[in-house]
Design a protein around this ligand. Sequence first.
Ligand SMILES: NC(=O)c1ccc[n+]([C@@H]2O[C@H](COP(=O)([O-])OP(=O)(O)OC[C@H]3O[C@@H](n4cnc5c(N)ncnc54)[C@H](OP(=O)(O)O)[C@@H]3O)[C@@H](O)[C@H]2O)c1
Length: 295
Amino acid sequence: MKPYVLITGASSGIGYEFAKRFLSEGYPVILVSSNDEKLSRVCTELKDNLLNCEKKANNSKVNNSKANNSEKANSEKASYPNVNEQTACNKVDSSSEKIIKIVQDLSKIGAAKELYQKVQAMNIEVGILINNAGIGYAGEFIRSERKLQEEIMILNMNNLVLLTHCFAKAMVSSKSGKILNVASNGAFQPGPYIGTYYATKSFVLNFSQALRVEVKRYGVTVSTLCPGATVSDFARRAGKQQLKLSMSAEEVADAGFRGLMKGKNVILPGIHNKAALIVPRRIRSLLIGRMYGSN
Ligand SMILES: NC(=O)c1ccc[n+]([C@@H]2O[C@H](COP(=O)([O-])OP(=O)(O)OC[C@H]3O[C@@H](n4cnc5c(N)ncnc54)[C@H](OP(=O)(O)O)[C@@H]3O)[C@@H](O)[C@H]2O)c1
């Protein structure tokens, strides 16, 4: 049985695509978000997909064994190659609960501990932690609501650190585990008119890279995913426009999944996002300020 993967912010965008990807690779998942209705809808959809996959896998097993039997009858040889199709679906072990839903508002102080306690109460060990939930605000800092600024910092930083602390301890004890913290390409320079968000992502990147060094000797890897503009609910919620060069959330989650499995340090999806980092930091910051300042 593959280890449980806990994904925060799994009700939409990149987190949702992570959930789909891990399920298709046979991992059971714990999906977390603050919106019960949205998360329930997503869980039902994913469970239906999984059931369909399992049905298809079972049918293909029956067909394959029928094919094997008729081949047996027609051939004199005693042994036959295994012709089972290794589809993404049939890698799933159907014996246990694959999709667990936990509603938790991670923009509140104390939420990380509450979430950890809920997982502990289920007697589940988390082998992979995906700290993906995050929000931002684009616009003039002084005109923003103080409460929103606080929520951005608690969600993007405080609870990411505390969840990592909770789950990394058990990973270190069992000498295995993987953590993926979702930062942003905003982590690499200051972002005028989106300053708090970019600063929280710089924090995530630096924190994750430091922790990576500390826990490496215990067999735990820490990776940081730094997406550029991605099609999701993020832009709308942050009050900014979806950029034309945006990648799909599926592409970003795919890069994140592959990078995490390889134990990569920093994962930068998209060639154009990598290329953008060649531009000097000061110029990048200036351009970002112009873009968001003129919104
Ligand atoms: N989209 C981009 O352009 C982009 C670029 C770089 C980095 N990122 C990062 O990628 C991550 C995922 O964002 P996304 O683009 O997929 O955006 P998204 O579609 O808005 O997804 C954000 C997820 O976070 C959850 N979330 C928001 N507030 C929460 C809270 N208080 N407690 C718990 N969960 C909460 C949301 O669920 P609920 O609303 O149900 O709580 C949702 O599932 C974020 O960390 C974001 O900063 C995004």
